[in-house]
Design a protein around this ligand. Structure first.
Ligand code: ZN
Length: 227
């Protein structure tokens, strides 16, 4: 697997590749499509740094664990240490925004959820967090008005605005840091809009974030390890 590193405004960043903190159920329409309850407080989970791959390269998804769904999410690049932080610190701690796919082995996740077990095998596997280049804050405009779009083979599947998030970006970061210290180089995924669905080998995906980011990628079968 090629080594991932963060890019900011088109240049490799000096920030380390950290952990990924994700939120489930942050858009009402997506909560409904999976027949989940709207949570009283955000549902958080983690992906390790080994989940990160470059979305601009072909994506390799697992073969043996049932359906692998795309979830297109705005991601936040963290630039400073944040622990039990204020909203103001959360605001200034987000130094860039990008797009990530929260790849999810949905069949496996459903099985784990039914048994009351943690989701990591379904959510945190190698390559489960393809991520784009980041755009730095001064160039981003309002984090709470970003359009998130995914086309699968020219079909529009996801199209929603970050203004519809149950918990907006900076508040989410503040909330996360009451549990997990965020370090420079960590990223936060802000939840998926409705329209998630299974990936197939050979699919072409086009994803965009407002007019800031636009990229195309293809889905390939995970390479079996012959070493
Ligand atoms: Zn997600």
């Amino acid at each position: 697997m090629p080594t991932y590193r963060h890019f900011l405004d088109g240049h490799p960043s000096n920030l380390p590749t950290g952990k990924v903190v994700c939120v489930g159920r942050n858009y009402v329409d997506h909560v409904r499509e999976l027949n989940n309850e709207i949570p009283d407080s955000p549902v958080l989970f983690l992906k390790p740094s080994t989940s990160l791959v470059n979305i601009h390269e072909p994506l390799h998804i697992p073969v043996h664990f049932g359906e692998c769904h795309f979830e297109t999410e705005m991601s936040l690049l963290i630039g400073k240490k944040l622990s039990n932080c204020s909203l103001e610190d959360a605001e200034t701690g987000i130094i860039g925004i990008g797009l990530s796919l929260d790849l999810t082995l949905r069949d496996l996740q459903t099985k784990l959820k039914r048994s009351g077990l943690p989701w990591e095998k379904a959510k945190a596997f190698d390559g489960s967090c393809p991520t784009s280049n980041f755009v730095s804050r001064p160039l981003c405009g309002d984090l709470n008005h970003q359009q998130i779009v995914l086309y699968q083979n020219n079909c529009l599947m996801q199209n929603d605005n970050s203004s519809n998030m149950l918990m907006p970006a900076a508040e989410l970061v503040k909330y996360i840091t009451s549990f997990f210290t965020l370090l420079p180089g960590d990223i936060v995924l802000t939840g998926t809009p409705a329209g998630v669905g299974p990936l197939k080998f050979g699919d072409t995906l086009r994803v965009s974030l407002s007019k800031l980011i636009s990229c195309k990628t293809v889905i390939q079968q995970a390479q079996e390890d012959n070493n």
